[in-house]
Design a binder for this molecule. Structure first.
Ligand code: AMP
Ligand code: MG
Length: 510
């Protein structure tokens, strides 16, 4: 199999895709050994209705957005029709959940339709989430409720627009059936698009079974699919490990830059491609608090905001462990090499985080005092319960002049807390010759005005679930397409929650 030609057919395929509701699948994963997945057929649903089709993404994939929203497309997006050429498989994977190894998880309610090479030449998985039971469902019903589907839609598309690597949302449909959770809820299916659905847990699954052949096939596959320029060193496992480490160092730095808390950083939710994967009880910070968790099941704060770099390193160590037999035939040597690579994570993370935070503060050069300035600001924000997004957006004004000093200072419980720091920050800005307007413009490109705030997500879910009103969902999705632009007409969506609007916990809702 030649994966190096994976990206060559995109442009030529464009016209073919456009014709009707045809999918030109090219399913490379299905061609791997068949113990990597199970063949499944989506379960039928009663009365599927499209809630949303992501037109732009559909076009990128070479699909006709109109056809996707038609009855024929709805049948595919709801699992009622399996299009010709689809793989229709559930992937096997294991994973460490909250630190404990579970040897078999797998796609319990997700079905991979297949892979499409888009008009941009990129290969992507198209997956139905909530499409019914699979051999990996364990006790679950294989279904998804509307609330979590809308959450994932909004959050993943927001992350994309913010510039953070992420899986995407192609569509959401309601099924017309009910699902039983704590309460009875409308069922829905989410169509997810991802660079791939390979996870750290995929490797752990085969490592735990001592299936070296599957592990080797998977390793070469992952390297050639995601990091083709790193193949050919003669040690695919080490090359893959190094690249996944680098990708996650950058990813978590970006999460911290936008105030994102993943919420369930289990190894089965840690992608090999370096994309944000599996939006469950995730959330964006309102007030800055490095200890913050929202997830109702994270009682000890394992996945708290500030723990995320350390947890990413832990997860990558699990990938390294799974790859050990392929890294070197001599176990001791393999451990030595793998440990060395894992120990490089903090340095890679710090470098990536430094780049993110310097840009947020308007610095284009690196100076000695920068790390201290970031640390002092965050410490003060923590003490003064400052809204993370408003503060950094406010600093864009402060970079231009002093007119907004008082209003930004008012974000601090003790407004005087800002001034000492702001003076040192302005001294530091003065070391770089850049016109204040230009600097402010550059800062507005990295400090969003809009994030998917928790209370707005709750509000749109309530409207959709209780009143079938998708207006708030549409409005938020639209605003979040341009998170770095002012958009005065939806200024309310930039506001933090009032006291009574605060959301203290989020749920997986699976
Ligand atoms: P998650 O918490 O969504 O990352 O899922 C963890 C594991 O539970 C995965 O193996 C999922 O496929 C499985 N799972 C979650 N929800 C369901 C469900 N409703 N039915 C079957 N399996 C599920
Ligand atoms: Mg998961």
């Amino acid at each position: 199999m030649n994966y190096n030609s994976l990206t060559s057919v995109g442009a030529a395929a464009k016209s073919r895709y456009k014709a009707a509701m045809t999918f030109t699948f090219d399913n490379t994963y299905e061609r791997l050994p068949d113990r990597l997945y199970a063949r499944v057929v989506p379960s039928k649903v009663s009365r599927p209705r499209v809630v949303k089709v992501n037109r732009r993404l559909a076009e990128t994939l070479g699909l006709d957005a109109g056809a996707l929203a038609s009855a024929e497309g709805t049948a595919v997006l709801s699992g009622n029709t399996v299009p010709s050429g689809a793989a229709s498989i559930a992937l096997a994977y294991a994973g460490h959940q909250f630190g404990h190894f579970v040897p078999q998880l797998g796609d319990g309610r997700a079905i991979l339709l297949g892979e499409l090479v888009g008009i941009d030449g990129k290969r992507r998985d198209v997956q139905l989430k909530g499409a019914g039971r699979t051999p990996f469902s364990r006790g679950g019903d294989g279904r998804a409720a509307l609330g979590p589907v809308l959450r994932e839609y909004v959050l993943s598309e927001a992350m994309f627009a913010l510039g953070v690597p992420t899986t995407r949302a192609l569509a959401a449909v309601v099924t017309g059936d009910r699902v039983e959770r704590d309460e009875v809820l409308p069922g829905a299916i989410f169509t997810r698009v991802a660079a791939s659905h390979l996870r750290v847990g995929t490797f752990e699954y085969f490592a735990a079974r001592g299936d070296r052949a599957a592990l080797a096939a998977l390793t070469t596959y992952a390297l050639e699919r995601h990091y083709p320029d790193a193949s050919g060193t003669g040690n695919d496992a080490l090359a893959l490990l190094e690249r996944v480490i680098a990708a996650h160092a950058g990813l978590v730095a970006q999460w911290l830059g936008v105030g994102f808390i993943h919420g369930v950083m289990n190894t089965d939710n840690t992608s090999i491609s370096g994309e944000t994967l599996d939006y469950g009880p995730c959330a964006f910070l309102d007030e800055y608090d490095h200890r913050k968790t929202f997830s109702s099941i994270d009682v000890r704060g394992r996945y708290a905001f500030g723990n995320q770099p350390g947890i990413a390193q832990w997860n990558l160590a699990k990938l390294a462990e799974a790859l050990l037999p392929l890294i070197d035939a001599d176990e001791e040597e393999a451990v030595r090499i793998a440990s060395d690579r894992i120990s490089r994570f903090p340095g890679l993370f710090e470098a990536a985080y430094g780049t993110v935070m310097r840009a947020k503060l308007g610095f284009s050069e690196a100076h000695e005092q920068d790390v201290g300035l970031v640390a002092e600001l965050l410490e003060s924000m923590q003490e003064n319960r400052v809204d993370f997004t408003l503060l950094f957006r406010g600093l864009c004004e402060l970079a231009q002049g002093t007119a907004s000093d008082a209003s930004v200072a008012a974000l601090f419980a003790d407004p005087t807390a800002l001034y000492g720091w702001a003076g040192r920050w302005r001294d530091r800005l003065a070391l770089e010759k850049l016109a204040p307007v230009e600097r402010a413009t550059a800062m507005r490109r990295v400090n969003p005005a809009f994030i998917p705030r928790n209370h707005r997500l709750e509000e749109l879910i309530t409207a959709a679930v209780t009143r079938e009103d998708f207006g708030p969902f549409e409005t938020l999705v639209k605003a979040l397409e341009r998170p770095y632009e002012a958009q005065p007409e939806v200024a309310h969506l930039a506001e933090p929650p009032k006291l009574e609007e605060r959301v203290s916990a989020t749920f997986c809702g699976t």
